[in-house]
Design a protein around this ligand. Structure first.
Ligand code: PMP
Length: 287
């Protein structure tokens, strides 16, 4: 992704895409002191921009470093980057990390850095007609006492990439991850929702990201009078669910056709939530 035209916002300045580089002794590269966001702009409007900017600051704070940019400054920088690249429908990727001022586990003297890139990114996960085919991940989401599970921290994506590669090698598109207790958690980059008898069930986000899309979908469903239950979900229950969909800023709302041995239909309620979400992000519906 480094050899492209365009501009990337780096520590307060727009720099040519190919010149947005860091030193190899960047702390983040060695010790995963890096946090990021995944954001989408629709028709020039960033969906929940301030919410994402706040989460970036909070993720950094959870890893122990404070960003010198306010929520408003981060949001403004995202818009500035979109404009510089002449993009209206785009994926926006803010990333913040500890720099190369100090080497070793201790990083007290490192400086916080931030970059924002954006590019056109169509469908992140293509469900085809029958829904996504998910593998069951060999890795489990860690406990809240093992990792900062609410941070969108780069380090937490090590097991996501390994699970995704494992799934791809076996002919699947993505993987459903269980958590340290064995409960159903989420996919490698999106939250999970299940439907049975007209009721939506979704795992309680106590060891994975409580996604912005997830929280939005819960509101959209309740607005339609659909009951949404957040609770512990065990793999044995997967057999009984009729529909299954994933949610995420990049993924949006994606129906799942199968996860391991369990299969699901792409049903009406999933389609309705998909349409409501698409109307919401494009300003055709307000919550
Ligand atoms: N879980 C993981 C691991 C993710 O990477 C994402 C995408 N950011 C989500 C859930 C969904 O979060 P959001 O809806 O805020 O994009």
């Amino acid at each position: 992704y480094d050899d492209r035209d365009g501009f990337i916002w780096l520590d307060g300045k727009l720099v040519p895409w190919r010149e947005a580089n860091v030193h190899v002794l960047t702390h983040a590269l060695h010790y995963a002191s890096s946090v990021f966001e995944g954001v989408r702009a629709y028709d020039g409007h960033i969906f929940e921009a301030d919410w994402h900017s706040r989460r970036l600051r909070e993720s950094a704070a959870m890893l122990g470093f404070d960003l010198p940019w306010s929520i408003e400054q981060i949001t403004a920088a995202c818009y500035e980057t979109l404009k510089a690249n002449d993009l209206k429908d785009a994926y926006v990727r803010p990333v913040a990390w500890r720099g190369s001022e100090q080497m070793g586990v201790s990083a007290q003297k490192t400086k916080p850095h931030m970059a924002i890139a954006c590019w056109y990114w169509g469908t992140y996960l293509d469900p085809g007609a029958g829904g996504l085919k998910l593998d069951i991940a060999p890795w489990r989401r860690p406990a809240p006492f093992t990792a900062p599970v609410q941070a969108k921290a780069a380090g937490l994506y090590m097991i996501a990439t390994m699970s995704k590669h494992h799934a791809e090698a076996r002919g699947f598109q993505d993987a459903l991850m269980f958590d340290y207790r064995g409960q159903v958690a989420e996919a490698t980059g999106a939250n999970a929702f299940f439907i049975k008898d007209g009721v939506i069930h979704t795992p309680t986000p106590d060891c994975f990201l409580n996604g912005i899309t997830r929280q939005t979908v819960i509101k959209l469903a309740r607005r339609r009078g659909i009951e949404v239950i957040e609770r512990a979900i065990w793999p044995e229950e997967l057999e009984g669910f009729e529909q299954f969909f994933l949610t995420g800023s990049a993924a949006e709302i994606v129906p799942v056709g199968s996860a391991g041995p369990w299969s699901f239909q792409v049903g009406e309620m999933t389609r309705q939530i998909q349409k409501d979400y698409s109307d919401l992000v494009r300003g055709k519906l307000t919550l």
